[in-house]
Write a protein that binds this ligand. Structure first.
Ligand code: BTN
Length: 257
C-alpha cells in the first residue's frame, strides 16, 4: 500500500466516501477510471485519486493540465433521489463543499464562479466535472471529478489559474485536503439528497463571485449582457438584463466572460 493511501485511510472521517480508494502516481484520467469502475458496479463513495494525469479533461471537452503536485480525484455517487430537475446543481454544491474544505485546510478564502469553478484572487484554483449516467429515467451513477491546483506547475496558464501553495507560501498537505474534502462532500451530499439545492442557496451565494456585477454570458452562439442577480432555488443563474427582465440560465454549455 502506498504511504499516501495509508495516510488518507488513517485520517478519513467519512462513512463511505473514500473508503474504497485507488491511488496512483500517474493515470490517463481519474474520471475515465472511475467511470469504468462505476459501469462495473463499484460502490458509492469509491474514489480514484492521482498525483498527475496524462489526459486530464475538463468541461466543454477541454484539456485539464494535470502536472505532478496537484490533487486529481473522481468519486462515484449512486443517488437514490429522483429529482432530475435539480441534478445540475449537485456540482454547485460540490463546489461549495470544496471551497469550505480549502478554507478549513489552508485558511484561504476562495470564491465560487457559477456554476462550479473555484477562484482564488480571481484565478481558477479548482475545477469540477460531472458525468451522469441515466437509465430508464433514473440516475444510475454520477462521477464527480475534481482538479485542485496545489503545488503543480501551471505553465502558461498563470494568467487564469493559480495554485494554493503560491498563496500560502508554505506546504499544503494533499492528504489533509483530500480527507477534509471527502468529509465535507459526504456531509453535503446527504443534505442535498434530502433537500436539494435550496438547502445550500444562501451559503452558496455568500461565497459567490460577481454578484451584482455586470457580466457577459456566452450561450451557444448568443451573447447576453446583464447583472448577476443571484441564483434560483434550483441553482440556475439569474441574469438581470438591461430592460429589468430576469433571465434564468441553466445551460451547461455557457461561459461567463
Ligand atoms: C473544469 O473544466 O473546470 C473541470 C476540470 C475537472 C478536472 C478533474 S481532474 C480529476 C478528474 N479527471 C479528469 O480527467 N478530469 C477531472
Amino acid at each position: 500500500m502506498s504511504d499516501f493511501r495509508r495516510a488518507v485511510l488513517a485520517a478519513l472521517e467519512t462513512k463511505s466516501f473514500g473508503r474504497t480508494l485507488e491511488c496512483y502516481r500517474e493515470v490517463s484520467s481519474t474520471q475515465d477510471l472511475a467511470l469504468r469502475l462505476a459501469q462495473n458496479n463499484a460502490l458509492e463513495g469509491t474514489v480514484v485519486v492521482s498525483n498527475s494525469q496524462t489526459q486530464g479533461r475538463g468541461r466543454f471537452g477541454r484539456q485539464w493540465l494535470s502536472l505532478p503536485g496537484g490533487l486529481y480525484f473522481s468519486i462515484i455517487l449512486r443517488p437514490e433521489f429522483k429529482r432530475v430537475a435539480d441534478i445540475g446543481s449537485i456540482t454547485m454544491v460540490a463546489g461549495l463543499s470544496l471551497l469550505e474544505a480549502i478554507k478549513e485546510a489552508t485558511s484561504l478564502q476562495c470564491r465560487l464562479k457559477w456554476p462550479n469553478d473555484i477562484l482564488l484572487y480571481g484565478k481558477k484554483v479548482c475545477g469540477i466535472l460531472a458525468n451522469i449516467d441515466f437509465f430508464s429515467g433514473n440516475i444510475r451513477y454520477i462521477v464527480i471529478g475534481v482538479g485542485l491546483n496545489i503545488s503543480n506547475r501551471i505553465d502558461d496558464l498563470s494568467e487564469v489559474a493559480v495554485t494554493l501553495e503560491s498563496q500560502t507560501k508554505q506546504p499544503v498537505s494533499p492528504v489533509n485536503l483530500l480527507t477534509t474534502a471527502l468529509r465535507r462532500l459526504e456531509e453535503d451530499y446527504y443534505i442535498f439528497s434530502e433537500s436539494g439545492f435550496i438547502a445550500f442557496k444562501e451559503r452558496w451565494l455568500a461565497n459567490a463571485a460577481f454578484i451584482e456585477e455586470p457580466i457577459t454570458v456566452k450561450c451557444f452562439d448568443q451573447s447576453l449582457r446583464g447583472i448577476i442577480d443571484g441564483v434560483s432555488d434550483l441553482g440556475q443563474l439569474r441574469l438581470r438584463l438591461d430592460d429589468g427582465q430576469i433571465k434564468l440560465i441553466s445551460s451547461p454549455d455557457i461561459v461567463i466572460a
